[in-house]
Design a protein around this ligand. Structure first.
Ligand SMILES: NC(=O)c1ccc[n+]([C@@H]2O[C@H](COP(=O)([O-])OP(=O)(O)OC[C@H]3O[C@@H](n4cnc5c(N)ncnc54)[C@H](O)[C@@H]3O)[C@@H](O)[C@H]2O)c1
Ligand SMILES: O=C(O)[C@H](O)COP(=O)(O)O
Length: 528
């Protein structure tokens, strides 16, 4: 049985696909401490969280069965993604489902702050009828600065324009064409900070965005600026914001997220009458919660069923149509990698993967990953997978190079692999031959045509009479049946390679006997 643990409140309606699956048990246990999670996580194949559960390296260390961590939402800063990658655990999120809700919440916060609605409401509840204290400002004709024009930032921009605001935006990936299409003015962070009446941040919290708005930026702002953060605590430095509120530089702030959550009972941000606070509610709508739960459940199910999935944050993401194009090459790539690993004896320092012909136009990153997985798993075993293969290669000191050539003189598509050790270079190439499936077509530059499957004896030897006979005799004496045979040579009497498909395994003793045949240069037993 596959077991899934849901450790934060996630919409049951959205989790339908997982709950209905007959081979999957879903258990909900929320509010667990790190130690409590460590104690039970070994029983689960998948963990589903929102932002409350901190998925630490320690939890993953105990999660020996864990294959996937699904985040029902966008931000994965509560998950130790590098630790997951190291352990080969897929981390998925649901990036689209709460965009509108968060943009609407940002807008609700902007209007609440501009018109002091929470403060006026509290005053009414106190029995007052105060129409002087709560005079606000209009949004119309104001300048809104948006830092981070991704999904949410873009939706905020559209809403701001509908309210008559002029939008300035900074995003490192914003192109002039996109800025033009969205009718926003592309600016630097400093230009925005100087010119904006309202500033809102919609970036992830990463090294580059930590304290993006700090003392220096507050110092540059217009007097009476209003600040919003519905993205992540720490993008705006709270200490600097508090100082700017005290000095009167900042006329209002509306915050949904904090450097530490939950916000401390006695937090200084609570002392200002012009600050609107919500407890991380951006995604808290019925619609968003169903959307993100549906998305994460579907994707987690695909990982658990070994089907192609999207939205992995620790893998290159490919749209479904592009993934479909590379899928047929994945097994070929993996087998080329596996075969190469069994043909070299010394530690490998460099792996060069070349894609020629039609295949060079595809998104080849998944093929490279499966090839590396095939190669590395021979020595590193089960711990290497699609997720961590590039990292394992890097940590093993192996340089990985990928090249592409649009045409090949012989094949319509070719995956080439060259592995370098201190003493040798081994080259293998394979193609996907329409109608004939995957074939290994080059070995150390010699033309062959072998199916990458089952068990093989691979030799390099001098092309001399009786060589094949002697090899055949030794295999026959060991009761090993030869199923297929491929010989490649460039000139009579020169060096040659041979690939024998065999029906049963050849042990070390058989390999030793083969290696002792005069003029045999190399013998390897390969199992795919
Ligand atoms: N309050 C909530 O409940 C809530 C809900 C959903 C999302 N969020 C948070 O909102 C943020 C944005 O979410 P999204 O779905 O729009 O993500 P997104 O990935 O679509 O957009 C983020 C944008 O930030 C940009 N960016 C990265 N580095 C930047 C930098 N140094 N300066 C400026 N821009 C930079 C990226 O290029 C990207 O366009 C995330 O942090 C997410 O966790 C909060
Ligand atoms: O990153 C997100 O998706 C939001 O911060 C929502 O977090 P939540 O799922 O804990 O509401």
């Amino acid at each position: 049985m596959i077991r899934v643990l849901v450790s934060d409140p996630i919409s049951e309606q959205g989790l339908g696909k997982l709950l209905e699956a007959e081979d999957i048990v879903v258990e909900k246990k929320t509010g667990l401490s790190e130690d409590e999670l460590c104690a039970i996580i070994a029983e689960y194949d998948a963990l589903l969280v929102r932002s409350q559960t901190k998925v630490t390296a320690k939890i993953m260390e105990h999660g020996t069965r864990l294959r996937v961590i699904g985040r029902a939402g966008v931000g994965v800063d509560n998950i130790d993604v590098p630790a997951a990658t190291q352990r080969g655990i897929v981390v998925l999120n649901a990036p689209d489902g709460n965009t509108i809700s968060t943009a609407e919440h940002t807008f609700a916060m902007m209007i609440s702050m501009a018109r002091k609605i929470p403060q006026a409401y509290a005053s009414i509840l106190r029995g007052e009828w105060d129409r002087k204290t709560f005079v606000g400002v209009e949004l119309n004709n104001k300048v809104l600065g948006i830092l981070g024009l991704g999904r949410i930032g873009t939706e905020v921009a559209k809403r701001a324009q509908a309210f008559g605001m002029k939008v300035l935006a900074y995003d490192p990936f914003l192109t002039p064409q996109r800025a033009n299409a969205l009718d926003v003015q592309q600016c630097t962070v400093d230009e925005i900070v100087v010119a904006a009446d309202f500033i809102t941040v919609h970036t992830p919290l990463i090294k580059e965005t930590k304290y993006l708005i700090s003392e220096r930026e507050f110092g540059m702002m217009k007097d009476g600026v209003r600040i919003l953060n519905c993205a992540r605590g720490g993008i705006i430095k709270e200490e600097a914001l508090i100082e700017a509120l005290k000095s009167g530089k900042v006329a209002g702030a509306a915050l949904d997220v904090y450097e530490e959550e939950p916000l401390a009972k006695e937090h200084p941000l609570k002392q200002f009458p012009n600050v609107v606070l919500t407890p991380h509610l951006g995604a808290s709508t019925e619609e968003a919660q169903i959307n993100v739960a549906i998305d994460v459940a579907e994707e987690v199910l695909k990982v658990l069923r070994d089907e192609p999935f999207r939205n992995a944050v620790n893998l290159p993401s490919l749209p479904a149509d592009k993934m479909k194009q590379v899928e047929p090459y994945l097994a070929l790539g993996e087998n080329i990698g596996k075969m190469a690993a069994q043909l070299v004896d010394d530690p490998v320092t460099k792996i060069e993967i070349s894609y020629s012909g039609d295949i060079s136009n595809l998104e080849t990153a998944p093929i490279t990953r499966t090839l590396l997985k095939g190669f590395l798993s021979y020595h590193h075993g089960e711990e290497v997978n699609f997720v961590n293969a590039p990292l394992v290669a890097e940590q093993a000191g192996i340089q990985t190079i990928e090249t592409k050539t649009s045409k090949h003189s012989v094949f319509t598509n070719l995956i080439g692999l060259e592995v370098t050790t201190a003493t040798q270079t081994k080259r293998i190439a394979g193609t996907l031959n329409n109608g004939f499936g995957p074939r290994i077509v080059r070995l150390d530059g010699y033309a062959i045509d072998a199916a990458p499957e089952g068990r093989m004896i691979v030799t390099s030897h001098l092309d001399q009479p009786g060589m094949i006979g002697r090899i055949g005799m030794i295999l026959a004496d060991a009761n090993i049946n030869i199923a297929t045979m491929q010989v490649g040579r460039k000139e009579v009497g020169g060096k040659a390679v041979m690939v024998l498909g065999i029906d049963n395994p050849a042990g070390p003793e058989v390999v030793r006997q083969l290696a002792e045949i005069p003029n045999i240069l190399e013998v390897h037993h390969v199992e795919l």
